[in-house]
Design a protein around this ligand. Structure first.
Ligand SMILES: Nc1ncnc2c1ncn2[C@@H]1O[C@H](COP(=O)(O)OP(=O)(O)OP(=O)(O)O)[C@@H](O)[C@H]1O
Ligand SMILES: [Mg+2]
Length: 258
C-alpha cells in the first residue's frame, strides 16, 4: 500500500467538506475519485498536498504517518498534482515550465547557483536533458521553446502532467485532466495516462467527470458525495450502485430547480 487515509476530515466553518474519509491506494494502482460537484474531491487533493491541515484524522504515505507537512515537503516525499484549472507559467517556455519543477531535485549549493560555478552548470545541463526527455514522452519536445500559453488546450493539460512528473512522484493526483477537452484530446490523454503507467512506477488518483475516461483507465473507483465516501470498488459495479446513481440524479434535480 502506498497511501491510506485514516478518518481524514476537513471542515470550513460549519461545512464539512471531507468527512471521516478512510481510503487505501496500492502501489502502481490507478484509482478514480468521482462524485457530483461539491462532493469534496478537490479538497481531498488539497489535504494530501498539504494545502490545508486536516481538522482531524491523518494519512499515511509510504509507511509514514503524516499529520502536518507543507506542500513543499510532500512534493519532496513523492506526491505531485495537477489542478482543476490549468496553472502553468503561460509566458514562460515549455522547457522552463518543466525545469521549474525539476529544480526541486537539483543539488547545487546556493553559492554555486549565485556565482554560476561549474557544479551549477553541470546540474543545469543534466536538468535540461531530463526535461527534454520528459517532454519527449509527452510528445511535447518539438515545442520546447514555445511559450506554454501558445499551446493548444489539450497540450497545455499534457504539459501540466509532464511538469508534475518532473518532481519524480510516487503518487500522482490528477484533478479533472479532461475538463474542457474535445473527444480527440480526451482520447490522447487516455493514451498519455497509459503510457505514463508503462514508463514510471507510480500510483495515480484521478478525479474526473468524463465517464468514458474513468471507465476506460481506472482499475477501481472511490465515490464521494457531501464529503463522504459512499461507494468503492470495481468501476462498472460502482457506477451502477443505487446510492451512486441517486447522488448524481440528486444533483440533476437540484440543477433543474435553478
Ligand atoms: N477554501 C474553502 N473555503 C470554504 N469552502 C470551501 C473551500 N474549498 C472548498 N469548499 C467547499 O467544500 C465543498 C467541497 O468542495 P470541492 O472543491 O472539494 O468539491 P469537488 O468535489 O472538487 O467539486 P467539483 O466537481 O465541482 O470540482 C464545497 O461545498 C465547496 O464549496
Ligand atoms: Mg473539484
Amino acid at each position: 500500500m502506498i497511501l491510506s487515509t485514516e478518518n481524514l476530515t476537513l471542515s470550513f466553518g460549519g461545512l464539512v467538506a471531507v468527512e471521516d474519509l478512510s481510503i487505501q491506494i496500492d502501489e502502481n494502482e490507478l484509482v478514480g475519485l468521482i462524485g457530483p460537484n461539491g462532493a469534496g474531491k478537490t479538497t481531498v487533493f488539497n489535504l494530501l498536498t498539504g494545502v490545508y491541515p486536516p481538522t482531524s484524522g491523518s494519512f499515511t504515505f509510504l509507511n509514514e504517518k503524516i499529520e502536518k507537512k507543507n506542500t513543499y515537503q510532500l512534493v519532496r516525499q513523492g506526491i505531485a498534482r495537477t489542478f482543476q484549472n490549468i496553472r502553468l507559467f503561460k509566458n514562460m517556455s515549455i522547457l522552463n515550465n518543466v525545469l521549474s519543477a525539476l529544480n526541486f531535485n537539483m543539488h547545487y549549493s546556493i553559492g554555486g547557483g549565485m556565482f554560476r560555478l561549474p557544479s551549477y552548470w553541470r546540474e543545469e545541463k543534466k536538468a535540461v536533458e531530463e526535461a527534454l526527455e520528459l517532454l519527449k514522452i509527452f510528445q511535447l519536445d518539438e515545442y520546447a521553446s514555445w511559450a506554454a500559453g501558445a499551446l493548444p488546450y489539450g497540450k497545455q493539460r499534457k504539459l501540466e502532467i509532464a511538469r508534475a512528473m518532473a518532481t519524480n512522484p510516487k503518487l500522482l493526483l490528477l484533478d479533472e485532466p479532461a475538463a474542457g477537452m474535445n473527444p480527440i484530446e480526451t482520447e490522447e490523454l487516455m493514451e498519455t495516462i497509459e503510457l505514463l503507467r508503462k514508463q514510471f512506477p507510480i500510483s495515480i488518483l484521478l478525479i474526473e467527470h468524463d465517464m468514458k475516461l474513468v471507465l476506460g483507465v481506472c482499475e477501481r473507483l472511490f465515490v464521494m458525495d457531501h464529503g463522504r465516501l459512499i461507494a468503492q470498488g470495481n468501476p462498472k459495479e460502482v457506477v451502477n450502485h443505487p446510492q451512486v446513481i441517486r447522488a448524481y440524479l440528486g444533483e440533476e434535480e437540484e440543477d433543474d430547480l435553478c
